[in-house]
Design a protein around this ligand. Structure first.
Ligand SMILES: [Zn+2]
Length: 604
C-alpha cells in the first residue's frame, strides 16, 4: 500500500501508530510493545499488541493485524485514501492537495460542510435567544432552578428555540441560505401549504456533537407539559442518531484515562452528573441505546456503569442496555438510585459527593438482575405462581443475559452463582446455558483457518532471520534460490513471496509481505514480528537452510521407498532393482550432505 516515495509512505514514516491506536484503545507498555484489549473482538485479557518500532499491530486472539492505515480503515470503516487523510490529520502531517473527487462526492462533501455550518448558526441563534430575550429569561430561570449556572449553560452551549413559528428560518434565510439547504438541515419543516416553520419551538436546546466535536444535531426539551417531552433532529446526511453519544466528545479523554464510563439517559442527567464532577458521563440522546453506540463507547473503555431512572421504564431500558453491553464484552455495572430520583435530581438534592458514592458502589450487572428476578418471581404468591414455577420464571429471565456473556469461563462462574442464589442444581443450569449459548451466534471470531500452521522450528527461524536481518538477507535469498530448499515446506509460499519481493527490489516489510500471502501465513508473519528475537547470523541461517534441505532429502528417499514397494507388489523385479540402486545412490549423497552440513543436528 505505502509505496516508497509516495505520500502514504511519508505519512506512515511520520505517523506514530501508538498514538493513533491509543486514541481508540487503552494501551499499556509491556516490554518493548504496547498491549490493550482488542477492538476487533470481545475479550477480557489484553491480546492486542502494538509494536512501536515496526509500527504494526497484531491481535494474538483474532489475528487482526496491519499497519496504521489498516487499523484506521478497520476502525472507521473507511477506504485507504480516507484512512490516509485521517492518520495525517491525527498526527498533524500536511498532505498535498487532494485529487479532485468525483462531482457527486464533491457535492455531498459541500452539502455536509454547509449543514454543519447551518447548525453552528442555529446554535448561536438559540444561545442568543436564551441569553437576551424576554422569553429566554424565563427559560434561564427554569434552568437556574434546575441547578444550572451560566458557566454550565455556556459549556454545554444550551439555547432556547422561541415559540414564534419561523424565527430560525428567517435568520438562516437572512444569512443567505437557500430553502432546500435549510430544509436538508432538518431544522425546518414545511407545512401543507408549502411554507416553512421551525422544527423546534418553545424548547430548551441541547446541541449534539459528533465524537470529533462537530455540531450535527439538536435535542429539544419541551417546557412544561408540551409533547413530546423530547424532540430530536431527524436523520440527515450529517446525523445518524444511533451512532452518536451525547457528550462523548467532551468525555472521551476522561473515559479513556479512567477506563470507566458512566451511561445516563437524558441530556439533563448528563449535564447534572458532569457538573457533579464526573466528566466521564455520556448519554444515549434520549433514544434507547444501540449496538453502534456501544461499540463507539467500547473504543474508549469497556468498563461502564449504567445510571438510569429507577422507574419501570428506566429498569426496562437498563435491561436492554445490559444485553448490548454484555454482548460486546463490557464489564457492566448498575447504579441503583432511590425510587423517585433520576441522576439529575439526585445530584441536585443529595449533592455530587453522594452521587459519586452511588457510582462507586454500583452493583455488578448480575447482582442487579438477580435482585430483579427475585423481586418479580421470588414472591410466588404475588406473581400467582407456585414456588417451583417462580424459580423457573426467574431462570428464564436470567438465562438470556448469561448466554450473552462471550467469555466462557466467566459465563460458567456466573452460572454457578445464579444456581446457588436461586437454589437450583448447577449442572442443570449449565446444560441450559450451553444450549442457550449455542442457539445464538457468539462474538468469538477465532476461526480454525486463522490458526497459524504448525511450522518446524528451522523454517520459522529462517523466515524470522530473513525479516529481521536485512544485512544478510541477500545472501540467504541467493542460497534459497539456488538450493530451492523451501520446496515442500509448510511455508513454501511465504519463502516464494520473499524471493519475489527481493527480485522486485522492494524492501521486505511485514505489512507488504502479509498482503501477498494467505491469512494463516500473514498471522504467522505478525507473530514473528512481535517475538523478541535476535536478528540472527548468516551461520544460523545456513544451519536452518541445511535443516530444510535435509528434510527435502528425506522426502525424496521416502518417495523412492514407496515406489520400490509398489514395483515389488506388482512383481516388477527389474524396476524395483533399478529404484533400489537409485535409492542407494541418493542415500550416499544424503550421507555426504549430512557430513558437510549437519555437524550439529538442527531441530527439525
Ligand atoms: Zn482481536
Amino acid at each position: 500500500m505505502a509505496e516508497p516515495g509516495s505520500v502514504a509512505e511519508r505519512v506512515k514514516s511520520q505517523a506514530d501508530i501508538v498514538r493513533v491506536v491509543g486514541e481508540y484503545v487503552r494501551l499499556k507498555k509491556s516490554g518493548q510493545n504496547f498491549m490493550g484489549l482488542c477492538p476487533f473482538h470481545s475479550e477480557k485479557t489484553a491480546s492486542f499488541a502494538v509494536h512501536p518500532v515496526k509500527q504494526i499491530y497484531h491481535c494474538f486472539g483474532c489475528g487482526a493485524g496491519g499497519d496504521v492505515f489498516k487499523f484506521v480503515m478497520e476502525m472507521e470503516k473507511v477506504s485507504f485514501p480516507e484512512a490516509l487523510r485521517l492518520v495525517a490529520e491525527k498526527c498533524g502531517i500536511a498532505l498535498p492537495e487532494r485529487r479532485p473527487r468525483t462531482p457527486e462526492q464533491e457535492k455531498a462533501a459541500r452539502l455536509r460542510a454547509t449543514l454543519v455550518e447551518l447548525h453552528q448558526h442555529a446554535a448561536r441563534f438559540f444561545a442568543e435567544q436564551l441569553a437576551t430575550t424576554k422569553e429566554g429569561k424565563l427559560v434561564r430561570d427554569y434552568l437556574y432552578d434546575r441547578g444550572l449556572t451560566d458557566a454550565v449553560i455556556k459549556e454545554f452551549d444550551l439555547g432556547y428555540a422561541p415559540a414564534m413559528g419561523d424565527a430560525l428560518y428567517r435568520r438562516l434565510r437572512g444569512l443567505g441560505y437557500k430553502d432546500e439547504l435549510i430544509e436538508a438541515s432538518g431544522l425546518i419543516n414545511r407545512d401543507e401549504r408549502g411554507s416553512f416553520y421551525d422544527r423546534f419551538r418553545s424548547r430548551v436546546m441541547f446541541p449534539i456533537a459528533s465524537e470529533s466535536g462537530q455540531l450535527v444535531a439538536f435535542g429539544g426539551r419541551a417546557l412544561g407539559e408540551d409533547q413530546p417531552k423530547y424532540l430530536n433532529s431527524p436523520e440527515t446526511s450529517i446525523y445518524a442518531k444511533s451512532r452518536v453519544l451525547y457528550n462523548l466528545h467532551r468525555a472521551k479523554e476522561t473515559i479513556r484515562r479512567s477506563d470507566f464510563a458512566l451511561l445516563v439517559e437524558g441530556y439533563m442527567d448528563c449535564i447534572g452528573v458532569h457538573t457533579a464532577g464526573l466528566a466521564n458521563v455520556v448519554a444515549s440522546c434520549g433514544t434507547s441505546l444501540t449496538e453502534t453506540q456501544v461499540r463507539l463507547l467500547g473504543r474508549f473503555s469497556r468498563r461502564v456503569a449504567v445510571s438510569y431512572d429507577p422507574d419501570a421504564a428506566g429498569q426496562a431500558a437498563t435491561e436492554r442496555s445490559l444485553n448490548l453491553l454484555l454482548e460486546q464484552g463490557f464489564d457492566a455495572r448498575v447504579v441503583t438510585l432511590p425510587v423517585g430520583f433520576d441522576p439529575d435530581s439526585f445530584v441536585r438534592e443529595q449533592g455530587g459527593e453522594a452521587y459519586r458514592a452511588q457510582v462507586k458502589h454500583a452493583r455488578p450487572y448480575l447482582e442487579y438482575l438477580l435482585d430483579r428476578a427475585r423481586a418479580s418471581y421470588d414472591l410466588p404468591a404475588q406473581a400467582g405462581l407456585s414456588q417451583r414455577e417462580g424459580k423457573v420464571a426467574a431462570l428464564n429471565y436470567l438465562l438470556p443475559y448469561l448466554a450473552r456473556v462471550p467469555n466462557k469461563i466467566q459465563r460458567a462462574e456466573w452460572a454457578a452463582e445464579v444456581a446457588q442464589r436461586l437454589g437450583v442444581e448447577e449442572a442443570l443450569l449449565r446444560e441450559e446455558l450451553r444450549r442457550a449459548a449455542q442457539e445464538r451466534r457468539t462474538e468469538l471470531r477465532v476461526r480454525p483457518e486463522f490458526v497459524p500452521p504448525a511450522v518446524k522450528p528451522a523454517e520459522r527461524r529462517l523466515l524470522q532471520i530473513l525479516l529481521e536481518n536485512p544485512e544478510i538477507r541477500p545472501d540467504i535469498v541467493k542460497e534459497l534460490r539456488d538450493t530451492q530448499a523451501h520446496r515442500g515446506t509448510t511455508l513454501e509460499n511465504v519463502f516464494e513471496q520473499v524471493l519475489a519481493v527481493e527480485a522486485e527490489g522492494a524492501g521486505l516489510e511485514v505489512t507488504a509481505l502479509g498482503e501477498r500471502v494467505g491469512e494463516a501465513e500473514r498471522r504467522l508473519l505478525y507473530e514473528l514480528a512481535f517475538e523478541r528475537a535476535e536478528a540472527g547470523t548468516l551461520e544460523e541461517a545456513r544451519s536452518c537452510l541445511a535443516a530444510l534441505e535435509a528434510r527435502a532429502w528425506e522426502r525424496r528417499l521416502q518417495e523412492l521407498n514407496k515406489k520400490i514397494e509398489e514395483a515389488s507388489k506388482k512383481g516388477n523385479v527389474q524396476e524395483a532393482n533399478r529404484l533400489a540402486r537409485e535409492k542407494q545412490d541418493l542415500y550416499q549423497k544424503w550421507q555426504e550432505f549430512r557430513r558437510v552440513h549437519l555437524k550439529d543436528t538442527h531441530g527439525s
